[in-house]
Design a binder for this molecule. Structure first.
Ligand SMILES: NC(=O)c1ccc[n+]([C@@H]2O[C@H](COP(=O)([O-])OP(=O)(O)OC[C@H]3O[C@@H](n4cnc5c(N)ncnc54)[C@H](O)[C@@H]3O)[C@@H](O)[C@H]2O)c1
Ligand SMILES: O=P(O)(O)OC[C@@H](O)[C@@H](O)[C@H](O)[C@H](O)CO
Length: 548
């Protein structure tokens, strides 16, 4: 038996015997160095971080390129810190599930400490600890994987979220919203020497760094107005030689920890791998299962210096290249296909992405969205070829049955993602004088299917449990009184508020000529049981089933 908290240097043979590769560094020494001179803090130590960022740090330490690790902070969910960081001495077991059924197991000990920094009104100790860390001159990088909703400070109607409104009023001492907490930590840095720093978002949306900067600056300006900060703070945050917000593109399909993998690890004699489902809906374990393929492209703008990320395979490049790589992945070549599979999988009763891509209709659907509708308007980032990227995705990555990914995971927070996943392509069709959004067929169909999803009734006419979404209650209530059984219903009054909501789609979909088309598709899907599948088949028959 081996436990991931065991001393891997002394008991290396035991780890090796069960196939786990271990680091060569002494994690206690690394932790000491990290706390004395922190270089890297990460917010949102969820599954992606554990499979990707923690690996980068571990490999750099092993190569002698870094002598300190990462301090993880969760501003939202103390269940991650108490569930998998503290009980396992911050260790991480990464499991790469390969297409041939074999697994690569590797242990990382690159996380030096994990701090819960939320709910400061109840207990400000975590927030204060992070504020203190932010004053350290050595700190170079603060990275984030906090999901798209972590950056949101306003409601769809443009008003501040209630927590943000309170934070602007109450100041930086006990902020409630994540962006206010980060602004509060930056204010500490500004007030204690104002050393430079890079704030690196690695979440899945276009211009992620710009969005982080905008949210932070909005809070900071509110505090300036209310007398909690001075103009110098705004100037410091606005000067990218002082505080930079690099753009990034990150790609590694990292599903929630799977029970099959948990069983396999236990069968190998590995202890400490129970899955934790936190109250805040994070599904996490001491192990993280992920795929082999991975890409991280980062704008090289780090005003206080940075680790030698290149040595761990990160593509460091200029802003335009990152922007194009991100747009390529997040708005065309991967995430829109994922979102389509998430929505369809949920209403057609699938619980495996690999099984979905074996379904000929769904396979054709994602090819239509990727190759036919998206690819013609994508701009080539040069560092990654867009066509080769989709080819790898649809031929190798998505069909890998050992990647335990589910449509339900990907359907989480869909309302926060549609503007990025489809809105950018719609905008390209709008901007191109030779195209118009009404030429799109499958993107509107997926949006219509999402409306059908919002009814929480599947294609068999049975209720299903939708994935968490911060706008769920309001969106569901708008379609909840529609009934399955007739395609001849007046749906306009129910859905006009959703389809015209620019905060969701980036545009009023009626104004760009897609609203009526989506309404028509949605009505067809209300005809009765099986109508979602039938509508998809009809569209594929009309517009082309075979795409290569
Ligand atoms: N998992 C993937 O395949 C993958 C791949 C590429 C990019 N991403 C990006 O990374 C994000 C996180 O993915 P994950 O797999 O780690 O998810 P996860 O559910 O495992 O972890 C999410 C983390 O974000 C934190 N969080 C959630 N809401 C927050 C909020 N409002 N404020 C602060 N922190 C918050 C959670 O506490 C948790 O630590 C995704 O939303 C996406 O933007 C994920
Ligand atoms: O993580 P989200 O919520 O932005 O999107 C769901 C998935 O598409 C995403 O997690 C992918 O697995 C990832 O983008 C692959 O790199």
């Amino acid at each position: 038996m081996v436990n991931i908290t065991d001393d891997y240097l002394k008991n290396k043979d035991e780890f090796t015997a069960v196939g786990i590769k271990v680091p060569n560094y002494d994690d206690k020494k690394v932790a000491q160095n990290t706390l004395a001179n922190p270089h890297w803090v990460h917010f949102g130590g969820g599954n992606l971080f554990r499979a990707f960022h923690a690996a980068i740090a571990s490999h750099l330490i092993d190569q002698g390129k870094m002598d300190s690790g990462i301090i993880v902070s969760d501003a939202y969910d103390d269940g991650t810190i108490n569930g998998v960081y503290r009980p396992y001495n911050n260790r991480i077991l990464r499991v790469v599930t390969k297409a041939d059924g074999t697994k690569d197991l590797e242990l990382f000990a690159s996380v030096a400490k994990a701090v819960f920094s939320g709910r400061a009104a109840e207990d400000p100790s975590g927030l204060n600890e992070m504020k203190q860390l932010f004053t350290k001159a050595s700190l170079q990088v603060v990275s984030f994987s906090i999901t798209e909703k972590g950056y949101v400070i306003k409601q769809p109607d443009g008003q501040y979220l209630p927590a943000v409104a309170r934070d602007l009023e109450n100041g930086p001492a006990k902020p409630e919203n994540t962006m206010s907490m980060i602004a509060s930590m930056l204010l500490s840095r500004y007030q204690n020497g104002a050393k430079p720093i890079a704030m690196l978002s690695t979440d899945n949306f276009s211009q992620n760094g710009d969005r982080l900067k905008e949210s932070i600056l909005t809070i900071a300006n509110g505090w300036l107005k209310n007398g909690f900060a001075d103009q110098g703070f705004i100037d410091w945050l606005s000067d990218d030689a002082k505080v930079s917000f690099p753009l990034s593109m990150i790609d590694r399909i990292t599903p929630n920890p799977s029970e099959t993998v948990e069983k396999d690890l236990k069968a190998l004699g590995i202890e400490g791998v129970d899955i934790v489902h936190t109250k805040k809906h994070t599904n996490i374990a001491a192990f993280a299962n992920t795929e082999e393929a991975h890409y991280l492209v980062v704008e090289d703008k780090f005003p206080n210096g940075r680790p030698e990320f290149e040595a761990a395979g990160v593509i460091m490049t200029d802003r335009d290249t990152v922007n194009l790589a991100d747009e390529m992945k997040v708005t065309v070549c991967l995430n829109p296909l994922h979102t389509a599979l998430a929505i369809y999988g949920s209403v057609l009763g699938f619980n495996s992405i690999a099984a979905e891509v074996k379904d000929p209709d769904l396979n054709s659907l994602i090819k239509q969205i990727g190759y036919v509708e998206g690819l013609p308007v994508v701009r080539d980032p040069k560092v990654i070829n867009p066509k080769a990227f989709i080819d790898e995705l649809v031929q190798k990555r998505l069909p890998n049955p050992y990647i335990p990914d589910t449509p339900q995971r990907i359907a989480t927070d869909t309302s926060q993602k549609l503007g990025i996943r489809y809105g950018v392509t719609i905008q390209h069709y709008l901007d191109d004088p030779d195209r118009e959004p009404s030429q799109l067929n499958f993107i509107p169909l997926v949006i219509a299917t999402w409306l059908r999803y919002l009814m929480a009734i599947d294609d068999h006419g049975e209720p299903f449990t939708p994935s968490p979404d911060p706008l769920w209650d309001s969106l569901h209530s708008q379609v909840a009184d529609l009934k399955l059984g007739s395609a001849d219903q007046n749906v306009h009054d129910n859905i006009k508020g959703i389809l015209s909501n620019q905060a969701i789609f980036g545009n009023d979909l009626y104004a760009v000529g897609l609203g009526d088309k989506i309404e028509a598709d949605f009505k067809e899907m209300l005809a009765g049981k099986g109508a979602i599948r039938q509508t998809l088949e009809e569209k594929l028959a009309k517009y082309g089933k075979n795409v290569d």
